[in-house]
Design a binder for this molecule. Sequence first.
Ligand code: CO8
Length: 374
Amino acid sequence: MNRVAISGTGIFTPEEIITNAELVASYNEYAHRQNMLHADAIEAGEREPMPMSAEEFIVKASGIERRHVMSKFGILDPGIMHPVLPERAEEELSLMAEISVKAADEAMKKAGLTAADIDAVICAASNHERAYPAIAIEVQQALGIKGFAFDMNVACSSATFGIQLAADMIRTGSVRAVLMVNPEITSGHQEWRDRDCHFIFGDVCTAVVLQRADEVKSDNAYEVLATRCLTEFSNNIRNNNGFLRRTREGHMVDRRDMQFHQEGRKVFKQVVPMVAELMLGHLADQGIEPQSLSRLWLHQANKGMNDLIGAKVLGREPSRQEQPNVLQDYANTSSAGSIIAFSKYSDDLPSGSLGVICSFGAGYSAGSVIVRKL
Ligand code: CO8
């Protein structure tokens, strides 16, 4: 079996930023307009008024302060309330492929590899902008990579599941190096008109290069010691949009369940113990004491969740250095969150340092990747 390492990561961060203040102002204006429009029904007790959102709630409940998005104009227009992203011709590079290529360029440069060194491309993301051909194959072509490519989706855990797949392929020798990209345009499937979740998500793309450890050129590479993936079915995070939509009567209208929806409090309560147990069990089976970990790069959904998981795993409150958060600047970027944290906070650790990349989210799904700096 070959040893495997992560030898390069890249992040494409969209230029446009929406602060909580901007987001709340546009949502509240939308809610106000809806309440005016339906004033009679509200007055007659036939309809509930839309509640207002608040910046203080968002920061306190989630730790999120701002988010990057591909385009803020439509999201912030109370008459639109979703991003407006122009259609591209079939001959043009699609949006998800374009941001993937940008993140991939950085990851491959850091790994010191060119397209000729990569054997496979995985596009692992929580939504794909079309059914086929695979975005990964478009990325493969755009970068001039030979071999094969495919898309996969495990919602927020897409990247850690992708790492496990890539690592297993490299271990057994079917490929030497894999490029995995995580283009997360969450703004497209977020419901910006729902105050319970309108603040949660942001857009980004991350990329990870994995290769045989004995062929690594980068001086910031981490060996993948072990991976473990876990799923348990739950409807508490769900999006019903899909290819059968037009076959179902009444589905082609504006329906709330065709965007992201969740039971946030249930998710919080159920996922925290599930993830802590996964990480502790995984570490124990590898004979690694949690106290010997230098860093946890956790999924970036909620600061409170991360604080609890970190404390359960380390047996004490982790410091900011031990468990870096990026969600204050990026919000929840689905599968890309733990990879952003890893990419931004991994080059300072000395050789031999141990850490865990961990994701969790819809499915439920959770992935644990134990790494050691080469
Ligand atoms: N402003 C003011 N008040 C608000 C707001 C707001 N914006 N939102 C809710 N409130 C109110 C509620 O109505 C409620 O009022 P009341 O007490 O009168 O009923 C009160 O505040 C408390 O509400 P909650 O109980 O909902 O608040 P919580 O403290 O639970 O915080 C969170 C809500 C932040 C959502 C929290 O529950 C959380 O983070 N949970 C975990 C969620 C999570 O991690 N989900 C994972 C989803 S991501 C994923 O899996 C990937 C999916 C694929 C990507 C999708 C891209 C779109």
